[in-house]
Write a protein that binds this ligand. Structure first.
Ligand code: GDP
Length: 307
């Protein structure tokens, strides 16, 4: 099985998340291992055109040094507080992106707090250091102070820091002389742990929803135990404990900016499931014979005092 890293990039709006994801996508080789099996690889625009649909979430995936990196999309605004927490549940690590001129802003604080509470160990990226008058050292100190104020653990406080420019595609860390995007990619492989997976029958909690007029509602989440297969009968355990029988119709993994249809997704990977009826965020997709729910995701909405 391929090595996997699941990361989320968290940032205040305009600090450069979209630009960085774009750069990462163009740098790493897109996952194309099944090219000769006839599986179609399309980006979301192609898929959208083909099926006349609005496609899925904006999660992305790349291959770098034989490791698949799933980049989890996080909502860009603090109004989506509960949503941030849910999608961070899929992450095994986060990149906290901070503008080298502006420094930490309210949304930086909010998303960082969520990540720290979920025991994630952030990688800090001080971005836009190409800007004149930027103040990367001061911003680094402000980020450290923010971690401290948010009760980060010793381990979390010991965060690695990369300085650079997502727009110009280069980063460095304090240890290397290199200046390209690869120190950051290497940092992801080094500092983000492999997903924790459990042996046993299928378990996958639904952490986000997508909708397409062609495929209907789509359940997105991380498989944490066993594997999920096309056509598999499943039990959907809802947050109130009730159980519904259902069946998987189609399965997709993330690839580049789009998705690829597959027949099986194993524990550790993110997955989009088509064909389930009447599901909700927080429900657990289980093996039909072993309906065991995963703990309900607490959704603690932001309050003004936190922002
Ligand atoms: P997002 O809101 O976090 O997704 O931010 P974007 O990626 O859309 O970037 C916001 C603005 O900052 C855009 O005008 C980008 O061109 C600019 N930007 C992003 N990265 C950099 C960078 O490394 N250096 C500079 N100077 N500008 C950047």
């Amino acid at each position: 099985m391929m090595n996997i890293r699941n990361i989320a990039i968290i940032a205040h709006v305009d600090h450069g998340k979209t630009t960085l994801v774009d750069k990462i996508l163009h740098t790493a080789r897109v996952f194309r291992d099944n090219q000769d099996t006839g599986d179609l690889i399309m980006d979301s625009n192609d898929l959208e055109r083909e099926r006349g649909i609005t496609i899925f979430s904006k999660n992305a995936a790349v291959i770098y040094n034989d490791v698949k990196i799933n980049v989890i999309d996080t909502p860009g605004h603090s109004d989506f507080g509960g949503e941030v927490e849910r999608v961070l549940k899929m992450a095994d690590g986060v990149i906290l992106l901070v503008d080298a001129f502006e420094g930490p802003m309210p949304q930086t604080r909010f998303v960082l707090q969520k990540a720290l509470q979920l025991n994630l160990k952030p990688i800090v990226v001080i971005n836009k250091v190409d800007k004149p008058n930027c103040r990367p050292d001061e911003v680094h100190d402000a980020v450290f102070e923010l971690f401290f104020n948010l009760d980060a653990t010793e381990e979390q406080l010991d965060f690695p820091t990369f300085y650079g420019s997502g727009k110009n595609g280069w980063f460095n860390d304090s240890l290397t002389e290199r200046e390209d995007i690869l120190p950051l990619m290497d940092g992801i492989l080094k500092y983000v742990p492999e997903p924790k997976v459990n042996e046993g029958p299928l378990q996958m909690q639904i952490t986000s929803l997508d909708y397409s007029s062609f495929l209907g509602r789509i359940a997105v989440g991380k498989v944490t135990r066993g594997s999920i297969k096309e056509s598999q009968p499943i039990a959907l355990v809802q947050t109130d404990g009730s159980i519904k029988k259902s069946r998987v119709k189609e399965l997709y993994v993330f690839e580049g900016m789009g998705k690829r249809k597959v027949t099986e997704v194993v524990a550790g990977d993110l997955c989009a499931v088509v064909g389930l009826e009447d599901f909700n965020i927080g429900d657990t997709i289980c093996d039909a014979e072993t309906p065991e729910a995963l703990p309900v995701i607490s959704v603690d909405e932001p309050t003004m005092s936190m922002l």
